[in-house]
Design a protein around this ligand. Structure first.
Ligand SMILES: Cc1cc2nc3c(=O)[nH]c(=O)nc-3n(C[C@H](O)[C@H](O)[C@H](O)COP(=O)(O)OP(=O)(O)OC[C@H]3O[C@@H](n4cnc5c(N)ncnc54)[C@H](O)[C@@H]3O)c2cc1C
Length: 385
C-alpha cells in the first residue's frame, strides 16, 4: 500500500514519539502496572485523542486506514496505549455518526483534546458474548435517566472521564436489541452512583485499567441519550465495534511485528553449535512463517479499513481481520519466545510481554468464536443456494 505524504508524516511522528518517550519506560510501567498519566498527557499534546474526530469538532479527521496504522505503531511499542485510545475512539465514532448536532458540538471537542477521555460500558457479568442479555436499566425520570446495574471488564473506566454505556430502556420491546439505548456518562471520583468496584488484575494489558463497575441510581441528563431517541443503542454500539475490530487487528499486527523484529535480530546474534541460530533451518522456517502471516494480517486489516472508508459495509472484512490477526499474534509471539529460548521466558526481554498481551486480542471486542459466527453468517448469505 502506498502511503500519502500526510500518512507518512503522522506515522513518523507517532513512531518517534513511541521510541523516544515510551520505549525507555515501558518496562517499569508494565512491571508496576502503573497508569501512564505522563504519557497520556503527551498523547493529548500530539492530538491522538482527536485523530478520528472531524476537524469541525476539533479533531484531525483521519480516515480509518490511517487511524488503524497509528494503532499498529503504538502497539509495536506498548499495546496498552492503544487500549487507552481504543474505546475512546469507539465512543467518538458512535457520537460522531449517531449523535445529535448539539451532542457533537458539546462533547466531541472535549474528546478531541483528550480532556474528556472515553470508554465503552457494554459487558456485564452475565452479558459478554451474549450482550443482548444485559441487565443494566435506564429509566426516564423527568429530564434525566436513572441507571442501575453492573458492568464488567470496563477499560478506561477509572482514569477516563466518560463512558458510552449500553442500557435497557424498554424491557417490553419486540426484540431485546430494540429495547436498548446508548448514553454518554460523564464521571469523576465524586459522581454519585458511579462506583468502581475493583480494578481487575490481568495477565497482560498492564498500565491501562480494566474495572468492575456498579451504577446505583446514577443520574444521566436526558441530553446524553445518543441521538436523542431511545431504542437505537444496540445498532449504534455494534457499528462502533466494527471499527473497533479493525483497530484490534492493527494492534495484533503491531505486537506481532515487535515480536518478529526482536526475534529476527536475536536469531542473528545468538550462537549455538558454532553458528548463529538464524543459520539453523528450523529457525528460518519459523521466521518465514511469522513474517508471511504478519504481512497477510496487515493486508486484511487495511482491506477492511479501506472498505469502511469507501462507505461500504465491512463487518465481514473487519471480522476476518480481527480473527486472523489475533490468532496470528498468538502464534507469532509464542514463536518469538521459542526463538529466544529460555531468555524469552524471562522479564529481561520484551517477548514475554508480547506473549501475555496477545490473548486479549483473541478475546476482546467479540471473541474469535463470535467472529467466526459473524463471518459464517455473512458467507451463507453471500453464497446462498
Ligand atoms: C482485558 C479486557 C478488557 C475489556 N475491555 C472491555 C471494555 O472496555 N468494555 C466492554 O464492554 N467490555 C470489555 N471487555 C469484555 C470483553 O469484550 C468480553 O470479555 C468478551 O466479549 C467475552 O465475553 P465474556 O468474557 O463474558 O465471555 P463469554 O461470553 O462467557 O464466553 C465464554 C466462551 O464461550 C464462547 N461463546 C460464547 N457464546 C458463544 C456462541 N454463541 N458460539 C460459540 N462460542 C461462544 C466464547 O467465545 C468464549 O470462548 C474486556 C475484556 C477483557 C478481558
Amino acid at each position: 500500500m502506498q502511503l500519502t505524504a500526510e500518512q507518512t508524516a503522522l506515522l513518523e511522528t507517532v513512531r518517534s514519539f513511541a521510541q523516544r518517550e515510551i520505549k525507555p519506560i515501558v518496562h517499569t510501567y508494565e512491571a508496576e502496572d502503573r497508569y501512564p498519566s505522563e504519557i497520556v498527557e503527551k498523547m493529548q499534546e500530539l492530538g491522538l485523542f482527536g485523530l478520528n474526530i472531524a476537524p469541525e469538532y476539533g479533531g484531525a479527521g483521519v480516515d480509518t486506514v490511517t487511524y488503524a496504522l497509528v494503532f499498529e505503531e503504538l502497539s509495536a511499542v506498548w499495546m496498552s496505549l492503544a487500549g487507552i485510545l481504543g474505546t475512546h475512539g469507539i465512543m467518538a465514532y458512535v457520537l460522531q455518526r449517531f449523535g445529535t448536532e448539539e451532542q457533537k458540538r458539546r462533547l466531541l471537542p472535549r474528546m478531541a483534546s483528550g480532556e474528556l477521555r472515553g470508554g465503552l460500558g457494554l459487558t456485564e457479568p452475565d452479558a459478554g458474548s451474549d450482550v443482548q442479555n444485559l441487565k443494566t436499566t435506564a429509566v426516564r425520570q423527568g429530564d434525566r435517566y436513572v441507571l442501575n446495574g453492573q458492568k464488567m471488564f470496563i477499560t478506561n473506566s477509572r482514569y477516563g472521564s466518560g463512558l458510552l454505556v449500553l442500557a435497557r430502556t424498554n424491557p417490553l420491546a419486540d426484540k431485546p436489541s430494540h429495547g436498548m439505548s446508548a448514553f454518554i456518562v460523564e464521571h469523576d471520583e465524586q459522581t454519585p452512583g458511579y462506583i468502581v468496584r475493583r480494578p481487575i488484575h490481568k495477565l497482560g494489558y498492564k498500565g491501562v485499567e480494566t474495572c468492575e463497575l456498579s451504577f446505583e441510581d446514577l443520574q444521566v441528563p436526558q441530553e446524553n441519550l445518543v441521538g436523542g431517541e431511545e431504542g437505537h443503542g444496540f445498532a449504534q454500539v455494534m457499528s462502533g465495534l466494527e471499527v473497533g475490530r479493525i483497530n484490534v487487528a492493527a494492534r495484533a499486527v503491531g505486537v506481532a511485528r515487535a515480536a518478529f523484529e526482536e526475534a529476527v535480530r536475536y536469531a542473528q546474534q545468538r550462537q549455538t553449535f558454532g553458528q548463529p541460530i538464524a543459520q539453523h533451518q528450523a529457525i528460518q522456517l519459523l521466521l518465514a512463517d511469522m513474517y508471511t502471516q504478519l504481512s497477510a494480517a496487515r493486508h486484511l486489516y487495511i482491506d477492511a479499513a479501506e472498505k469502511k472508508d469507501r462507505g461500504q459495509r465491512a463487518d465481514l472484512e473487519a471480522g476476518m481481520a480481527k480473527l486472523f490477526a489475533s490468532e496470528m499474534c498468538g502464534k507469532v509471539t509464542l514463536d518469538a519466545m521459542r526463538i529466544h529460548g529460555g531468555y524469552g521466558y524471562t522479564t529481561d526481554f520484551n517477548v514475554e510481554r508480547y506473549y501475555r498481551d496477545a490473548p486479549l486480542m483473541i478475546i476482546g471486542e467479540g471473541t474469535n468464536e463470535i467472529q467466526r459466527t459473524v463471518i459464517a453468517r455473512q458467507l451463507l448469505q453471500r453464497y446462498r443456494v
